[in-house]
Write a protein that binds this ligand. Structure first.
Ligand code: ARG
Length: 414
């Protein structure tokens, strides 16, 4: 019989999908569960897939590849969608798509399947990636195809003896990997409502947790990639997971975002991204020391485009390759150390150093030892301002002034 490879998370949707695909398409289902650093019991999840009726149930540890090929490039780019969202969910989709395709090839499957709804960005990210990598594979998206409400699904599960977890009773829809946790639905759909404390799982409440003494961290970067934490070298995913715990304890990395989805909807999303928040801030601090003003300015433009293309599901595109090459080039001197202070709900950069630093004390100091040529500033100012004063004399003076006379107005008010 023909087979389909299903990206299986262990949640209600994909659990029901195992049975539903079998009934609707008469395909054997291979369940593929990918560890992208979401600290759940994946062996148990995988066993559940088999119990529900998957002919095969695979678990792949994708943490190292996810960190190296997806998270680090996004960090090096400084990618934040709409300036706030570190893109955890969006970054994992192209990796999952690629693994679905690889397993489908290895197993000779005719189709792949995922549990995305028809309203979100994730279906676009999956489908576009899969169609790009393997246009011959059929894509089945049960949740987009069936018309079951959540309650219908629960009833379907009961009817077919599909075990469902207690977490499925939660009103929230969540997704998580080592770069962050995304939460939506329930009361969060009211953008005026403050998120209840129960939506958070990785961050303690910064307002009520026992007053914590601030703590200091040191992170070393090599070409824009964090390589050690407090002097201890670690694998990338280990470093991120450790930071998630450390910064999460301080309530760092809560993000409340009304975002613009690719499919035209505004949606209210809560994110928890302790490690991403700290690392993006630290990386930026090191860049401020090692990149020129012009590089920083241009890179900001690239960062926005890079974030947008990740969000929009264009990972496997030429534009991505081009921007990634630019970003890599910018990172060749971004090596050094950053000191960070963690306090309740916030992380502050308190120190940075690099062998490639462009900071020159002789030029910067106001104390003795000043090497800056103050006289040269006069000539610089004259030429820098020349076009402005020329144009002002010729065209602008009448429109540049204030109405009336500021000094007079100030005097009469006394
Ligand atoms: N809005 C985010 C994105 O499109 C997160 C979606 C997460 N999905 C979820 N089930 N909460 O990247």
């Amino acid at each position: 019989m023909s087979t389909v490879v299903l990206a299986y998370s262990g949640g209600l949707d994909t659990s029901v999908a195992i049975r539903w695909i079998k009934e609707k398409y008469d395909l054997d289902v291979i369940a593929l569960t990918i560890d992208v650093g979401n600290e759940r019991d994946l062996q148990a999840i995988s066993a559940r897939a088999a119990q529900i009726g998957a002919v095969k149930s695979l678990v792949v540890d994708g943490r190292a590849d996810f960190t190296r090929y997806f998270v680090w490039p996004a960090l090096q780019a400084g990618a934040l969608y709409e300036g706030v969202y570190p893109l955890a969910t969006a970054l994992a989709r192209p990796l999952i798509a690629r693994l679905l395709v690889e397993v489908a090839r290895a197993e000779g499957a005719v189709a792949v399947a995922h549990g995305c709804t028809g309203k979100g960005n994730d279906q676009v990210r999956f489908d576009v990636s899969i169609n790009t990598l393997a246009p011959d594979l059929k894509i089945i998206a049960p949740v987009r195809e069936w018309s079951m409400t959540r309650d219908n699904e629960i009833a379907y599960a009961a009817e077919h003896n599909i075990p469902i977890q207690a977490t499925n009773a939660s009103p929230y829809s969540t997704d998580q990997n080592l770069w962050g946790r995304s939460i939506e639905c329930g009361i969060l759909e009211d953008p005026w409502a403050e998120p209840p404390e129960e939506v958070y799982a990785w961050t303690s409440n910064p307002d009520t947790n026992d007053a914590k003494e601030p703590t200091y961290l040191e992170i070393a970067f090599q070409n824009g990639i964090p390589v050690s934490l407090n002097g201890e070298e670690m694998e990338g995913h280990e470093l991120v997971e450790t930071l998630n715990r450390l910064a999460g304890d301080y309530g760092i990395g809560r993000i409340d975002h009304v975002e613009n989805r690719l499919v035209g909807i505004k949606s209210r999303e809560i994110y928890e991204a302790p490690a991403a928040t700290v690392l993006l801030a630290a990386h930026k601090a090191l860049e401020s020391l090692t990149l020129s003003r012009e590089q920083l300015r241009f890179k900001e433009i690239v960062a926005n485009e890079y974030a947008r293309l990740i969000y929009d599901g264009q990972w496997y595109s030429a534009l991505h390759q081009d921007l990634a090459a630019y970003v890599q080039s910018t990172q060749r001197f971004v090596s050094g150390d950053v000191r960070i202070k963690l306090g309740r709900g916030k992380c502050s950069i308190v120190g940075r150093k690099s062998d490639n630093s462009l900071y020159n004390l002789g030029l910067a100091t106001y104390d003795s030892g000043d090497q800056f040529d103050h006289n040269a500033a006069l000539g610089f100012i004259k030429l820098w301002g020349l076009p402005l004063s020329t144009q002002a004399q010729a065209q602008l003076l009448p429109s540049i002034g204030f109405e009336g006379n500021l000094l007079k107005q100030a005097e009469t008010k006394m």
